[in-house]
Structures are given as C-alpha cells and as structure tokens.
Design a protein around this ligand. Structure first.
Ligand code: ATP
Ligand SMILES: Nc1nc2c(ncn2[C@@H]2O[C@H](COP(=O)(O)O)[C@@H](O)[C@H]2O)c(=O)[nH]1
Length: 392
C-alpha cells in the first residue's frame, strides 16, 4: 500500500508536520519523504514555482530549484511516494493521458543536480501512457547536410516528426526566423537560463553558445511527435548521458574537400567562420567514431540515397504518413480520487459510482529531464475483476 505521510489535515484543511502548521492554500498537498515535506500545487505562486519544502530537521522552509516543465493548472491532485525518490501526482478532473506526472526529489539525476547547484533541486517529468518513439539526435560537421536531411524528413512526415528548436547566441542568417530555426538569445540571458537548469544540454560551438532547452523537447512530445535534435557532438554526448534515450546518428561527408565545397556553396559564413568550422570539423569527424556514442554513421554522398538510408534507420516508409497510430484509450478522471499501490500497480480509486483505473508502472522508463514513458493505464472494476486474478 502507499506509505502513510507524516502529516495530517484537520477539519479546517490545515496540514501539520511535526506540529508545525504548513498553511496549505487552495489545492496544495503535502507529501512527506524522510525529514522533508513537499508541498505541491496551489495557486502558481511564482516565488515557490509550485513546490515548497518543509525540512523537519531544521524547521525551515526551502524553495527548491524546479527543473523540467511543470503541469499546467495543477489544481486538484493526489500524490503517492514511489521508491522514496519521486512523487507520483495524478491530476483529478482531467483526461487520463494528461493526468500522470512525476516530481523527482532524490533520483540519481536529482542528486547530480543538487551537487551542481549546491542547493535543493526537484524536477518534473510528465508520465506518458505507452511507449513514445525514441527521439533522434543528428550530429555531424557543419555543412555536411544535417539540416537538409531534417528538412526532407519534416516535409515528408509533418505529423510524425517535430524539430527541437535550439537556443543560440549566434546572429540569425538572412532567412532564419526566431523561434522557428532557433531561439536567438543574448549570451547573458542564455547563461542565466543554463544556471537555472533549463537546458537538457548546451555547448560552445564555433565560438557561440548553443543548447537544447528541456521545454524545446517537451513541446514536440506534447504535440505527439517524434523529436529531432540537430546538435553537435558535445551535445550528443550530454544527451547520451541523460534519460532521454534517443537514437544517435552521425552524418559524415564523402570527403573533406566535398564538405568544404558545400560549406562555401551555402554562402552563409564569412571566410574566417568557414576556416573555423573546417578546423572544428576535423575534430568532430574523429569524435564521430568514438565507441558507444553514435548508433549509426550515415555518409551523405548522394542526397537522395542518403535520405533513403536515414528513413531505413528510423524504420519509416511513405505509408506511415497515413497509417493511424495505436489508439490509447482516454478516460475522464473525476474531481475526487485517491491512490493506493500494490507492487507495480497504482489503483486510482474514483469513488463508488465510477470505475476505478489502474496505472501499471512495471514498464516505466525514462524520467527527468524529459518524460517517464512506458506506463499502462486501464479501467478496472474492483467488484467483477477483483476476483478474476487481477494483481489486487
Ligand atoms: N548530399 C548532398 N550533396 C550536395 N550538397 C548537399 C548535400 N547535402 C546537403 N547539401 C548542401 O550542403 C550545404 C550545407 O547543408 P546543410 O546546411 O544542410 O548542412 P548542416 O550540416 O545542417 O550545417 P550546419 O551544421 O552548419 O547547420 C547546403 O547548401 C545543402 O544544400
Ligand atoms: N550542442 C548543441 N549544438 C547545436 C545545437 N543547435 C545546433 N547545434 C550545432 O551547432 C552547429 C552549428 O550550427 P549553425 O546553425 O550555426 O550552422 C551545428 O553542428 C549544429 O548541429 C544545440 O542546441 N546544442
């Protein structure tokens, strides 16, 4: 069963932790793990960013750094502690596919971030019902044709793929649009955002800062699309070390001379910038072969042939554009619900008049920063199905 939290709520909806009034407001909940009580939700107070922590050992409140994209309008919800390192949050009065969230409070990722920030850190990840397709990281030297290949893919499969719009401190090129090709950003602003933990990865590339925000990847996932990231080799290494579980593809030119020809023919860089990019390309081509980093090496010789090979790697064909996705059943969750847990199953009790819902966590993977995928959710009638060998 779910662990009993070390707080209680009196008749006046006031929660106490070791005798201290937590002064819960509105839709806030309090969940205790060890010495800490996590107060979640409420009226989107910007100073607490939706999470505040009462530390019983010091008797002090702590406002943590909150990473990841938090749920919108986190009003009524129920919480359950999982593995003492994360809190499962089920939003009430919501669609089941939007209802499952995790707040990581002491996972390996959080422990690493706490060391980095030298302060209290928590991170949101959205629960995805079913197994969303793995994001695709495409790397390779400047001018090799990554953007050209990605454009072909997005044009042919507009409903299937979404581009992760990076941040950069470089100036826009003539036809580049802010928020479409990049989020063009001042270095000082981007540095602040990096410090605030908003980036999945970032790197200094050809003298500018580039980075993928957690939000850029979440926006694509929220649109139900498979995310494509066009990032350099350093960025690929960081993503490899994260929980994103992407497919990594390195694009090579047929020769160094051909790479230089393409970069010059594109006509977007000064001679000095071209020289810098070509110098960096040598190092990148060496790193592209680092063991364990890239899953596939793609030589972009003939564009059409290379594009076909890319589609093969991604396991797609033209017919997939129209093929319907496996439908996941969507339930309405009521205003009042409660949670209990047995083994890997969470029972979402929806009240006597409603069918209950089971959230099966056994195939759960991923996590912050990103998504927690592989969840299974189905309606459950405890009266008729309880006797039929279900796990409850
Ligand atoms: N297979 C190919 N054969 C010939 N030209 C190509 C091929 N692929 C791409 N190009 C051309 O090479 C140039 C560079 O391509 P592109 O801008 O896509 O490179 P990129 O890898 O995205 O570069 P960057 O990392 O600098 O953004 C473009 O002018 C493009 O039209
Ligand atoms: N680590 C990251 N690298 C990125 C990101 N977005 C783009 N890039 C890489 O930068 C170079 C140069 O790009 P350009 O648009 O200035 O030609 C190229 O290799 C891109 O792959 C990012 O978010 N993170």
């Amino acid at each position: 069963m779910g662990e009993a939290p070390a707080f209680y709520v009196d008749d006046m909806q006031r929660s106490f932790s070791n005798g201290v009034d937590l002064k819960l407001t509105g839709f806030e909940t309090a969940t205790a793990i060890g010495n800490k009580t996590y107060v979640i939700g409420g009226n989107d107070d910007p100073t607490s960013n939706g999470v505040r922590i009462f530390d019983k050992s010091t008797g002090e409140w702590v406002i943590p750094t909150v990473l990841g994209t938090k749920p919108k309008a986190l009003e009524g919800h129920s919480c359950l502690v999982l593995n003492q390192d994360k809190i499962l949050i089920i939003k009430s009065n919501s669609k089941s596919n939007e209802s499952v969230w995790f707040l990581e409070v002491d996972t390996q990722f959080i422990q690493d971030q706490k060391r980095k920030f030298d302060s209290e850190v928590v991170a949101w990840s959205k629960g995805v019902i079913g197994d969303a397709e793995r994001p695709v990281v495409i790397s390779g030297p400047s001018g090799v044709g990554k953007g050209t290949l990605i454009n072909l893919l997005m044009k042919e499969f507009p409903t299937k793929f979404g581009f992760s719009v990076s941040h950069t401190t470089r100036a826009p090129r003539e036809k580049e649009q802010n928020r479409v090709h990049y989020h063009f950003t001042k270095r000082s602003v981007m540095e602040e955002e990096i410090k605030a933990g908003k980036f999945l990865e970032f790197a200094a590339v050809h003298g500018n800062l580039y980075g993928t925000s957690i939000e850029a990847v979440d926006v694509v996932a929220d649109a139900g699309k498979r995310c494509i990231l066009d990032i350099d080799v350093q960025g690929a290494r960081s993503v490899r070390a994260s929980s994103l579980e992407a497919i990594f593809i390195f694009v090579c030119p047929p020769s160094f001379e051909e790479l230089e020809k393409r970069l010059r023919a594109r006509g977007t860089e000064t001679e000095e910038q071209i020289q810098k990019r070509l110098r960096n390309a040598k190092a990148e081509l060496e790193q592209g072969n680092s063991p364990g980093l890239f899953d596939h090496i793609l030589v972009n010789d003939d564009l059409e042939a290379c594009y076909e090979r890319l589609k093969n790697i991604l396991g797609i064909s033209k017919s997939m554009n129209t093929a319907s996705k496996t439908q996941i059943e969507v339930f309405d969750l009521p205003v009042d619900l409660s949670l209990s847990k047995i083994n890997e199953n969470v029972l979402i009790n929806c009240g006597p008049a409603e069918q209950s819902v089971v959230l099966d966590l056994s195939s759960m993977k991923g996590g912050a920063p990103g998504r927690t995928r592989g969840l299974n959710m189905y309606a459950f009638d405890p009266i008729t199905e309880g006797a039929n060998g279900c796990n409850f």
